[in-house]
Design a protein around this ligand. Structure first.
Ligand SMILES: *Cc1c(COP(=O)(O)O)cnc(C)c1O
Length: 353
Protein backbone atom coordinates (compact mmCIF):
# COMPACT_ATOMS: atom_id res chain seq x y z
CA UNK A 1 0.00 0.00 0.00
CA UNK A 2 1.99 2.99 -1.20
CA UNK A 3 1.54 6.41 0.43
CA UNK A 4 1.80 7.83 -3.09
CA UNK A 5 -1.55 6.29 -4.13
CA UNK A 6 -4.73 8.36 -4.12
CA UNK A 7 -7.16 7.25 -1.36
CA UNK A 8 -9.72 5.85 -3.80
CA UNK A 9 -7.08 3.70 -5.50
CA UNK A 10 -6.18 2.02 -2.19
CA UNK A 11 -9.65 0.53 -1.84
CA UNK A 12 -10.02 -0.81 -5.40
CA UNK A 13 -10.26 -4.52 -6.15
CA UNK A 14 -8.98 -4.75 -9.74
CA UNK A 15 -10.35 -7.29 -12.22
CA UNK A 16 -8.18 -10.40 -12.62
CA UNK A 17 -8.32 -11.74 -16.18
CA UNK A 18 -7.92 -15.47 -16.89
CA UNK A 19 -4.32 -16.55 -17.16
CA UNK A 20 -2.38 -16.13 -20.45
CA UNK A 21 0.09 -18.99 -19.98
CA UNK A 22 3.63 -18.96 -21.33
CA UNK A 23 3.74 -22.76 -21.63
CA UNK A 24 2.00 -24.55 -24.46
CA UNK A 25 -1.31 -25.53 -22.97
CA UNK A 26 -4.68 -26.27 -24.50
CA UNK A 27 -6.22 -22.97 -23.63
CA UNK A 28 -9.91 -23.14 -22.77
CA UNK A 29 -9.98 -20.46 -20.06
CA UNK A 30 -10.70 -17.02 -21.55
CA UNK A 31 -13.32 -17.62 -24.25
CA UNK A 32 -11.08 -16.79 -27.17
CA UNK A 33 -12.06 -18.12 -30.59
CA UNK A 34 -10.14 -21.25 -31.67
CA UNK A 35 -10.33 -20.23 -35.34
CA UNK A 36 -8.23 -17.54 -37.05
CA UNK A 37 -9.63 -14.12 -38.00
CA UNK A 38 -11.04 -13.62 -41.50
CA UNK A 39 -8.40 -14.00 -44.27
CA UNK A 40 -9.00 -10.35 -45.23
CA UNK A 41 -7.54 -9.32 -41.86
CA UNK A 42 -4.15 -10.88 -42.74
CA UNK A 43 -4.32 -9.35 -46.21
CA UNK A 44 -5.03 -5.87 -44.83
CA UNK A 45 -2.08 -6.28 -42.47
CA UNK A 46 0.28 -7.29 -45.28
CA UNK A 47 -0.94 -4.42 -47.51
CA UNK A 48 -0.61 -1.80 -44.77
CA UNK A 49 1.68 1.12 -45.63
CA UNK A 50 3.87 1.50 -42.55
CA UNK A 51 4.39 5.20 -43.23
CA UNK A 52 0.76 5.64 -42.26
CA UNK A 53 1.72 5.08 -38.65
CA UNK A 54 3.26 8.58 -38.58
CA UNK A 55 -0.23 10.04 -38.52
CA UNK A 56 -2.82 10.08 -35.75
CA UNK A 57 -5.86 7.96 -36.52
CA UNK A 58 -9.30 9.43 -37.25
CA UNK A 59 -10.55 10.40 -33.75
CA UNK A 60 -14.14 9.56 -34.69
CA UNK A 61 -13.23 6.16 -36.28
CA UNK A 62 -15.73 7.02 -38.98
CA UNK A 63 -14.83 4.28 -41.49
CA UNK A 64 -15.02 1.51 -38.89
CA UNK A 65 -18.24 2.89 -37.45
CA UNK A 66 -19.79 3.14 -40.92
CA UNK A 67 -18.98 -0.53 -41.57
CA UNK A 68 -20.45 -1.39 -38.18
CA UNK A 69 -23.57 0.65 -39.01
CA UNK A 70 -23.94 -1.19 -42.33
CA UNK A 71 -23.41 -4.57 -40.64
CA UNK A 72 -26.05 -3.90 -37.96
CA UNK A 73 -28.41 -1.88 -40.14
CA UNK A 74 -28.31 1.23 -37.94
CA UNK A 75 -27.28 4.84 -38.53
CA UNK A 76 -23.68 5.99 -38.18
CA UNK A 77 -24.76 8.22 -35.27
CA UNK A 78 -25.90 5.10 -33.41
CA UNK A 79 -22.41 3.57 -33.26
CA UNK A 80 -19.43 3.92 -30.94
CA UNK A 81 -16.11 2.04 -30.92
CA UNK A 82 -13.41 1.66 -28.28
CA UNK A 83 -10.28 -0.17 -27.22
CA UNK A 84 -12.06 -3.42 -26.39
CA UNK A 85 -15.60 -3.57 -25.09
CA UNK A 86 -14.17 -3.37 -21.56
CA UNK A 87 -13.25 0.23 -22.33
CA UNK A 88 -16.66 0.88 -23.85
CA UNK A 89 -18.25 -0.52 -20.67
CA UNK A 90 -16.06 1.73 -18.50
CA UNK A 91 -17.12 4.77 -20.54
CA UNK A 92 -20.76 3.71 -20.21
CA UNK A 93 -20.48 3.46 -16.42
CA UNK A 94 -19.14 6.98 -16.29
CA UNK A 95 -21.54 8.39 -18.87
CA UNK A 96 -24.79 6.83 -17.58
CA UNK A 97 -24.56 5.15 -14.18
CA UNK A 98 -23.07 7.85 -11.96
CA UNK A 99 -26.36 8.93 -10.37
CA UNK A 100 -27.09 8.93 -6.68
CA UNK A 101 -28.89 5.56 -6.77
CA UNK A 102 -27.89 1.89 -7.09
CA UNK A 103 -27.25 0.07 -10.36
CA UNK A 104 -29.31 -3.10 -10.87
CA UNK A 105 -27.17 -6.07 -11.94
CA UNK A 106 -27.25 -9.86 -11.59
CA UNK A 107 -25.34 -11.27 -8.59
CA UNK A 108 -23.57 -13.71 -10.90
CA UNK A 109 -22.41 -12.05 -14.10
CA UNK A 110 -19.34 -10.60 -15.80
CA UNK A 111 -17.01 -9.86 -12.91
CA UNK A 112 -15.82 -6.58 -14.39
CA UNK A 113 -19.12 -4.82 -13.55
CA UNK A 114 -18.43 -4.70 -9.79
CA UNK A 115 -14.91 -3.48 -10.55
CA UNK A 116 -16.18 -0.54 -12.61
CA UNK A 117 -18.85 0.16 -10.01
CA UNK A 118 -16.16 0.51 -7.37
CA UNK A 119 -13.93 2.59 -9.62
CA UNK A 120 -16.71 5.08 -10.33
CA UNK A 121 -18.31 4.98 -6.89
CA UNK A 122 -21.53 3.40 -8.16
CA UNK A 123 -23.49 1.32 -5.64
CA UNK A 124 -24.62 -2.07 -6.98
CA UNK A 125 -27.96 -3.72 -6.26
CA UNK A 126 -27.21 -7.36 -7.02
CA UNK A 127 -30.02 -9.78 -7.83
CA UNK A 128 -29.55 -13.55 -7.37
CA UNK A 129 -30.07 -15.75 -10.42
CA UNK A 130 -33.29 -17.77 -10.39
CA UNK A 131 -33.42 -21.50 -9.63
CA UNK A 132 -32.49 -22.32 -13.23
CA UNK A 133 -29.36 -20.12 -13.07
CA UNK A 134 -31.03 -17.50 -15.28
CA UNK A 135 -30.82 -13.72 -14.87
CA UNK A 136 -33.98 -12.53 -13.13
CA UNK A 137 -35.05 -9.65 -15.37
CA UNK A 138 -38.26 -9.13 -13.38
CA UNK A 139 -36.39 -8.58 -10.12
CA UNK A 140 -33.98 -6.15 -11.78
CA UNK A 141 -36.74 -3.80 -12.83
CA UNK A 142 -38.67 -3.41 -9.56
CA UNK A 143 -36.76 -1.14 -7.19
CA UNK A 144 -36.45 2.60 -7.70
CA UNK A 145 -34.65 4.90 -7.73
CA UNK A 146 -31.90 3.31 -9.78
CA UNK A 147 -28.91 4.57 -11.74
CA UNK A 148 -29.48 1.97 -14.47
CA UNK A 149 -29.63 -1.72 -15.32
CA UNK A 150 -26.75 -3.82 -16.65
CA UNK A 151 -26.56 -7.49 -17.63
CA UNK A 152 -24.88 -9.73 -20.18
CA UNK A 153 -27.03 -11.63 -22.68
CA UNK A 154 -25.98 -14.45 -22.94
CA UNK A 155 -24.88 -14.12 -19.34
CA UNK A 156 -21.34 -14.92 -18.26
CA UNK A 157 -20.29 -17.36 -16.95
CA UNK A 158 -23.60 -19.23 -17.10
CA UNK A 159 -24.32 -19.02 -20.85
CA UNK A 160 -28.09 -18.57 -20.65
CA UNK A 161 -29.69 -15.97 -22.94
CA UNK A 162 -33.10 -14.35 -22.65
CA UNK A 163 -35.26 -14.01 -25.79
CA UNK A 164 -35.89 -10.53 -27.20
CA UNK A 165 -39.44 -10.42 -25.84
CA UNK A 166 -38.11 -10.63 -22.28
CA UNK A 167 -35.65 -7.81 -22.92
CA UNK A 168 -38.35 -5.69 -24.52
CA UNK A 169 -40.63 -6.31 -21.53
CA UNK A 170 -37.82 -5.04 -19.27
CA UNK A 171 -37.44 -1.95 -21.46
CA UNK A 172 -41.12 -1.22 -21.08
CA UNK A 173 -40.71 -1.25 -17.30
CA UNK A 174 -37.43 0.67 -17.11
CA UNK A 175 -37.65 3.96 -18.98
CA UNK A 176 -35.97 6.40 -16.59
CA UNK A 177 -32.37 5.21 -16.91
CA UNK A 178 -30.05 3.39 -19.29
CA UNK A 179 -30.44 -0.36 -19.76
CA UNK A 180 -27.10 -1.80 -20.91
CA UNK A 181 -27.15 -5.21 -22.58
CA UNK A 182 -23.64 -6.65 -22.97
CA UNK A 183 -23.71 -8.87 -26.05
CA UNK A 184 -20.13 -10.17 -25.93
CA UNK A 185 -21.41 -13.70 -26.72
CA UNK A 186 -24.58 -13.00 -28.68
CA UNK A 187 -23.26 -14.40 -31.97
CA UNK A 188 -23.09 -17.95 -30.59
CA UNK A 189 -26.82 -18.49 -30.63
CA UNK A 190 -28.74 -15.66 -28.92
CA UNK A 191 -30.87 -12.87 -30.39
CA UNK A 192 -29.35 -9.41 -30.56
CA UNK A 193 -31.25 -6.49 -29.06
CA UNK A 194 -29.67 -4.04 -31.54
CA UNK A 195 -32.93 -3.64 -33.49
CA UNK A 196 -34.66 -2.45 -30.29
CA UNK A 197 -32.28 0.54 -30.05
CA UNK A 198 -34.38 2.29 -32.68
CA UNK A 199 -37.45 2.25 -30.42
CA UNK A 200 -35.90 2.51 -26.96
CA UNK A 201 -33.69 5.60 -26.57
CA UNK A 202 -32.38 4.32 -23.21
CA UNK A 203 -31.08 0.97 -24.57
CA UNK A 204 -27.33 0.59 -25.05
CA UNK A 205 -26.01 -2.64 -26.57
CA UNK A 206 -22.28 -3.39 -26.33
CA UNK A 207 -20.30 -5.97 -28.26
CA UNK A 208 -16.77 -7.10 -28.95
CA UNK A 209 -14.52 -8.28 -31.77
CA UNK A 210 -12.68 -10.50 -29.25
CA UNK A 211 -14.90 -13.56 -29.32
CA UNK A 212 -16.94 -14.20 -32.46
CA UNK A 213 -14.51 -12.23 -34.70
CA UNK A 214 -11.35 -13.92 -33.34
CA UNK A 215 -9.60 -10.60 -32.58
CA UNK A 216 -9.05 -10.59 -28.80
CA UNK A 217 -5.46 -9.41 -29.29
CA UNK A 218 -6.49 -6.39 -31.35
CA UNK A 219 -8.71 -4.80 -28.66
CA UNK A 220 -11.88 -3.62 -30.39
CA UNK A 221 -15.32 -3.21 -28.91
CA UNK A 222 -18.44 -1.28 -29.81
CA UNK A 223 -21.70 0.14 -28.56
CA UNK A 224 -24.95 0.70 -30.42
CA UNK A 225 -27.72 2.91 -29.10
CA UNK A 226 -29.66 6.09 -29.71
CA UNK A 227 -27.71 9.10 -30.96
CA UNK A 228 -28.07 10.78 -27.56
CA UNK A 229 -26.50 7.82 -25.73
CA UNK A 230 -23.67 7.66 -28.26
CA UNK A 231 -23.04 11.36 -27.75
CA UNK A 232 -22.79 10.70 -24.00
CA UNK A 233 -20.12 8.06 -24.63
CA UNK A 234 -18.24 10.39 -26.98
CA UNK A 235 -18.18 13.08 -24.31
CA UNK A 236 -16.45 10.69 -21.91
CA UNK A 237 -14.08 9.36 -24.58
CA UNK A 238 -13.07 12.84 -25.68
CA UNK A 239 -12.40 13.79 -22.07
CA UNK A 240 -10.14 10.78 -21.61
CA UNK A 241 -8.38 9.74 -24.86
CA UNK A 242 -9.20 11.10 -28.32
CA UNK A 243 -7.70 8.06 -30.06
CA UNK A 244 -8.62 4.82 -28.30
CA UNK A 245 -8.83 2.94 -31.62
CA UNK A 246 -5.60 2.98 -33.63
CA UNK A 247 -5.33 3.06 -37.44
CA UNK A 248 -4.47 -0.61 -37.75
CA UNK A 249 -7.27 -1.76 -35.46
CA UNK A 250 -9.78 0.22 -37.53
CA UNK A 251 -8.58 -1.27 -40.78
CA UNK A 252 -8.48 -4.85 -39.49
CA UNK A 253 -11.84 -4.47 -37.79
CA UNK A 254 -13.39 -3.39 -41.09
CA UNK A 255 -11.85 -6.40 -42.85
CA UNK A 256 -13.30 -8.70 -40.17
CA UNK A 257 -16.79 -7.21 -40.43
CA UNK A 258 -16.83 -7.50 -44.21
CA UNK A 259 -16.30 -11.28 -44.26
CA UNK A 260 -19.73 -12.54 -43.28
CA UNK A 261 -19.10 -16.05 -44.69
CA UNK A 262 -15.99 -16.63 -42.55
CA UNK A 263 -17.79 -15.26 -39.49
CA UNK A 264 -20.73 -17.59 -39.95
CA UNK A 265 -18.59 -20.65 -40.68
CA UNK A 266 -16.56 -20.13 -37.48
CA UNK A 267 -19.53 -19.50 -35.26
CA UNK A 268 -21.41 -22.50 -36.65
CA UNK A 269 -18.39 -24.70 -35.92
CA UNK A 270 -18.23 -23.40 -32.35
CA UNK A 271 -21.95 -24.03 -31.86
CA UNK A 272 -21.73 -27.58 -33.25
CA UNK A 273 -18.69 -28.35 -31.08
CA UNK A 274 -20.45 -26.92 -28.04
CA UNK A 275 -23.39 -29.27 -28.48
CA UNK A 276 -21.12 -32.31 -28.95
CA UNK A 277 -19.11 -31.29 -25.90
CA UNK A 278 -22.23 -30.88 -23.80
CA UNK A 279 -23.47 -34.37 -24.66
CA UNK A 280 -20.11 -35.96 -23.91
CA UNK A 281 -19.75 -34.09 -20.61
CA UNK A 282 -23.22 -35.27 -19.62
CA UNK A 283 -22.23 -38.83 -20.51
CA UNK A 284 -19.37 -38.46 -17.98
CA UNK A 285 -21.88 -37.47 -15.32
CA UNK A 286 -21.49 -33.69 -15.50
CA UNK A 287 -24.35 -31.27 -15.06
CA UNK A 288 -23.95 -28.76 -17.91
CA UNK A 289 -25.92 -25.51 -17.91
CA UNK A 290 -27.61 -24.85 -21.29
CA UNK A 291 -25.38 -22.34 -23.11
CA UNK A 292 -25.84 -19.98 -26.03
CA UNK A 293 -22.25 -18.77 -25.71
CA UNK A 294 -18.81 -20.12 -26.69
CA UNK A 295 -18.32 -21.76 -23.31
CA UNK A 296 -20.16 -24.09 -20.97
CA UNK A 297 -20.42 -24.01 -17.19
CA UNK A 298 -20.36 -27.55 -15.81
CA UNK A 299 -20.11 -29.34 -12.47
CA UNK A 300 -19.72 -32.97 -11.46
CA UNK A 301 -21.65 -34.38 -8.49
CA UNK A 302 -18.62 -36.38 -7.27
CA UNK A 303 -15.66 -34.10 -7.92
CA UNK A 304 -14.87 -30.63 -6.69
CA UNK A 305 -14.25 -27.87 -9.19
CA UNK A 306 -10.78 -27.11 -7.81
CA UNK A 307 -9.82 -30.78 -8.03
CA UNK A 308 -10.93 -31.06 -11.67
CA UNK A 309 -9.20 -27.79 -12.52
CA UNK A 310 -5.92 -29.03 -11.02
CA UNK A 311 -6.20 -32.42 -12.73
CA UNK A 312 -6.74 -30.78 -16.11
CA UNK A 313 -3.89 -28.34 -15.55
CA UNK A 314 -1.55 -31.29 -14.81
CA UNK A 315 -2.59 -32.74 -18.14
CA UNK A 316 -1.82 -29.51 -20.01
CA UNK A 317 -5.38 -28.18 -20.24
CA UNK A 318 -6.37 -24.80 -18.86
CA UNK A 319 -10.02 -24.03 -18.01
CA UNK A 320 -11.49 -21.34 -15.74
CA UNK A 321 -12.33 -21.98 -12.12
CA UNK A 322 -13.95 -19.21 -10.05
CA UNK A 323 -13.21 -19.26 -6.36
CA UNK A 324 -16.54 -17.86 -5.19
CA UNK A 325 -19.11 -19.49 -2.90
CA UNK A 326 -21.67 -20.06 -5.62
CA UNK A 327 -19.34 -21.11 -8.44
CA UNK A 328 -16.59 -23.03 -6.62
CA UNK A 329 -17.87 -26.37 -7.81
CA UNK A 330 -18.08 -25.39 -11.48
CA UNK A 331 -15.64 -25.24 -14.35
CA UNK A 332 -16.13 -22.75 -17.16
CA UNK A 333 -14.89 -24.40 -20.29
CA UNK A 334 -14.31 -22.41 -23.49
CA UNK A 335 -15.34 -24.20 -26.68
CA UNK A 336 -12.21 -24.86 -28.73
CA UNK A 337 -11.70 -26.99 -31.84
CA UNK A 338 -13.04 -30.55 -31.95
CA UNK A 339 -9.49 -31.85 -31.36
CA UNK A 340 -9.05 -29.64 -28.29
CA UNK A 341 -12.37 -30.79 -26.88
CA UNK A 342 -11.39 -34.44 -27.51
CA UNK A 343 -8.26 -33.86 -25.41
CA UNK A 344 -10.34 -32.20 -22.70
CA UNK A 345 -12.83 -35.07 -22.59
CA UNK A 346 -10.10 -37.73 -22.55
CA UNK A 347 -8.42 -35.92 -19.66
CA UNK A 348 -11.70 -35.63 -17.73
CA UNK A 349 -12.40 -39.31 -18.37
CA UNK A 350 -9.06 -40.28 -16.85
CA UNK A 351 -9.58 -37.94 -13.87
CA UNK A 352 -13.12 -39.15 -13.17
CA UNK A 353 -12.33 -42.83 -13.61
C1 LIG B 1 -15.00 -10.88 -22.97
C2 LIG B 1 -16.08 -10.02 -22.41
C3 LIG B 1 -16.03 -8.63 -22.55
C4 LIG B 1 -14.79 -7.89 -22.96
O1 LIG B 1 -14.43 -7.98 -24.24
P1 LIG B 1 -13.21 -7.15 -24.80
O2 LIG B 1 -13.77 -6.52 -26.02
O3 LIG B 1 -12.16 -8.17 -25.09
O4 LIG B 1 -12.77 -6.13 -23.80
C5 LIG B 1 -17.13 -7.89 -22.14
N1 LIG B 1 -18.21 -8.48 -21.58
C6 LIG B 1 -18.25 -9.80 -21.40
C7 LIG B 1 -19.47 -10.39 -20.78
C8 LIG B 1 -17.19 -10.61 -21.80
O5 LIG B 1 -17.21 -11.91 -21.56
Amino acid sequence: MSPFWSPAIRSLTPYVPGEQPVERLIKLNTNENPYPPAPGVGQALRDYATDHLRLYPDPSSRALRQTLADTFDVALEQTFVGNGSDEVLAFAFQAFFCHDAPLDAPAITYSFYPVYAKLYGVELRQHPLDERWEVDLEAMSVDTPRSGVIFANPNAPTGHAHPLEAIEALLQRVTDRVVLVDEAYVDFGADSAVALTKRYPNLLVTGTFSKSRSLAGLRLGYAIGSAELIEGLQRVKDSFNSFPVDSLASLLGIAALKDQAHFEACRNSVIATRERTRQRLEALGFEVLPSQANFVLAQHPEFEGAQLFAGLRERGILVRHFNTDTLANFLRITIGTDDEMDSLLEALESICR
